[in-house]
Design a protein around this ligand. Structure first.
Ligand SMILES: NC(=O)C1=CN([C@@H]2O[C@H](COP(=O)(O)OP(=O)(O)OC[C@H]3O[C@@H](n4cnc5c(N)ncnc54)[C@H](O)[C@@H]3O)[C@@H](O)[C@H]2O)C=CC1
Ligand SMILES: O=C(O)C(=O)COP(=O)(O)O
Length: 540
């Protein structure tokens, strides 16, 4: 696939960035198409221990096989995003990623159906001993007595963890006329009612279910959830299934209850240590197993690879992450609605940081009109990230912006903006520094894009992009001419120009868009013009 020479560090690439992406576990090539067809992306498919220089990669794509440790993150100095093409992120050190400003995303819905179907295949296999019978006939036997099974109809299926997979599984169980009992401490009663399932506490589920299947993430609370004590509470002859994560059913305890005959059978897709070859539990006739393949269908792999590819492309393009583990997640609808404002606030933060070079104590963001109804915390984080990215050496983004601001003693807050001065939406950001306050206001105009409409007390209207020069001056005849001449002498061409003033002859500002980045010398020379009191360049 995708094997091209690795590019140099993207940080050195300036504006037309090229991104290096490492696909460390096997993924659907069709699903990776958004990455492979992207001319700004260089995609390399290799295991991490086969890569010579990990520091060049901007994004790391994994499934469950690669363990993403703090040490690996330290080697991947340029890493901005870790994308898990699947659900479980227990192989990724999320805290370490957050501290390093690395966004972690997953693909939570892509493999739900496949995993639910595989779990159901496990239930049926246990009930009818299909794998054992297959082994027997393959060994040349014709044993019609040794594999008596049990019907599923009328039996109770206990589902521990009633999220996406648990829910899909319950629908399939009902199709088989089973009763479903659910334990999930985080499941709202209304949701259980809506889905028509009976909830129970764990002890009740353990004592009533004929078949128990776990579908929780592996956390400190769920590790060993079905251990010595809890398995003892189950019915004699119970079947146990783990297609979630190794360790939710304690393997030692399971072996104990298999050996003493309390547990009639178990089906495992996942193990405490993987790869699990020659696993001691699988030596037992009553235990059937698959090698972590619940999500290994063509459909699921296409879904998850496509989902993370799109996420990575969007993220590297500066858009917010949709399914982030270390940021609040958004619905697709909210994502689409918030996206234009996100770009705007990020640019506003970027501008503020460049015109406010002094230490800053406080950043205050106000939202008015349509935007105020959205989850504005996403936008404030984007603004903070845009602002701080000029000030700290470490990578700053939405994940760690609040943390970094707090570490630097910058207070930030959100308020409601009542007066939107005729705009359908308005965002006002004020930065207070030592002896100076700077305010900008922006709006998003549908089919027109983000606009900055006010700087301090001056009305302007410009698209926040490219090479800009900001000037404060007195509104006197001839200033614009002098400024134009000076830029001409420096061979700087003005593309567009905005002038704002409050009253004739008073204070005024200019915002110029120029064709190339100006030097610090040009910025300084501009203030040699008598009427110009301040000038700065802004690179967006
Ligand atoms: N074998 C495989 O290939 C696959 C395994 N998985 C595993 O399945 C797990 C579940 O996946 P989804 O249903 O998509 O996740 P989900 O997040 O939709 O559902 C997990 C549910 O577990 C519940 N939960 C959390 N802590 C709990 C506790 N202490 N007791 C009871 N319930 C608890 C949550 O409230 C949630 O409803 C994943 O975390 C992953 O580890 C997922 C996909 C494929
Ligand atoms: O999505 C999950 O949590 C899974 O366990 C699937 O793992 P995999 O991507 O098949 O290594």
């Amino acid at each position: 696939m995708i094997q091209q020479p690795v590019l140099e560090q993207t940080q050195q690439k300036g504006k037309s960035q090229l991104y290096n992406i490492l696909v460390a576990d096997s993924m659907s090539k069709e699903g990776l198409a958004p990455l492979l067809s992207n001319e700004n992306v260089n995609c390399v498919e290799k295991k991490v221990d086969e890569v010579e220089d990990l520091s060049v990669y901007d994004a790391l794509l994994v499934r469950s096989a690669t363990t993403v440790t703090p040490e690996l993150m330290d080697q991947m100095k340029n890493l901005k995003i870790i994308a898990r093409a699947g659900v479980g992120v227990d192989n990724i050190d999320i805290d370490a990623a957050t501290k390093r400003g690395i966004v972690v995303v997953n693909a939570p819905e892509g493999n739900t159906i496949s995993t639910a179907e595989h779990t159901f295949a496990m239930i049926m296999s246990l009930a009818r001993k299909v794998p054992q019978a297959t082994m027997s006939i393959k060994n040349g036997e014709w044993n019609r007595k040794g594999f008596q099974g049990t019907e599923l109809r009328g039996k109770t299926l206990g589902i521990v963890g009633f999220g996406r997979i648990g829910t899909e599984l319950s629908k399939r169980a009902k199709g088989f006329e089973m009763s479903v009992l659910v334990f999930d401490p985080y499941l709202p009663t209304s949701r259980a009612e809506e889905l028509g399932v009976t909830t129970a506490d764990l002890d009740e589920l353990l004592s009533k279910a004929d078949i128990i299947t776990v579908h929780t993430p592996l956390t400190k609370d769920t590790k060993g959830l079905l251990g010595m004590e809890n398995i003892a509470k189950t019915k004699k002859g119970v079947y146990l299934i783990n297609c979630a994560r190794g360790g939710i059913i304690d393997e030692e305890a399971l072996e104990h209850y298999i050996e003493n005959g309390h547990v009639a059978g178990a089906a495992l897709d996942v193990y405490e240590e993987e790869p699990a070859t020659n696993h001691k539990l699988l030596a037992h006739e009553q235990v059937i197993g698959t090698p972590h393949i619940a999500a290994s269908t063509k459909e699921a792999q296409l879904n998850v690879a496509a989902q993370v590819s799109e996420e990575v492309v969007n993220f590297l393009d500066g858009l917010p992450a949709l399914n982030s583990i270390n940021l609040p997640t958004m619905s697709k609808e909210l994502y689409e609605t918030i996206r234009p404002y996100y770009e705007l606030t990020k640019k506003m933060g970027d501008i503020l940081s460049q015109v406010m070079k002094t230490p800053v104590q406080e950043i205050d963001v106000q939202y008015g009109g349509e935007v105020a109804d959205l989850d504005t915390s996403v936008l404030t984080r984007a603004l903070m990230a845009g602002f701080l990215s000029h000030r700290v050496d470490a990578p700053v983004n939405d994940v760690n912006a609040s943390l970094i601001a707090k570490e630097r003693g910058i207070i930030f807050g959100e308020k409601y903006l009542t007066n939107t001065v005729g705009y359908s939406n308005l965002i006002k950001a004020t930065v207070q520094g030592e002896g100076r306050t700077f305010t900008i206001q922006g709006t998003f105009v549908k089919e027109y894009g983000p606009r900055i409409v006010r700087i301090n007390d001056f009305n302007v209207d410009f698209y926040p992009t490219g090479h800009l020069i900001y000037i404060q001056h007195s509104d006197k005849p001839g200033v614009i001419g002098k400024m134009g001449q000076l830029l001409g002498e420096h061979n700087v061409n003005i593309a567009t120009m905005q002038v704002g003033r409050q009253q004739e002859g008073g204070d005024a500002i200019m915002m110029l868009a120029v064709d190339k980045e100006v030097t610090d010398e040009v910025v300084k020379d501009l203030t040699s013009i008598e009427e110009i009191t301040y000038s700065d360049k802004i690179e967006l």
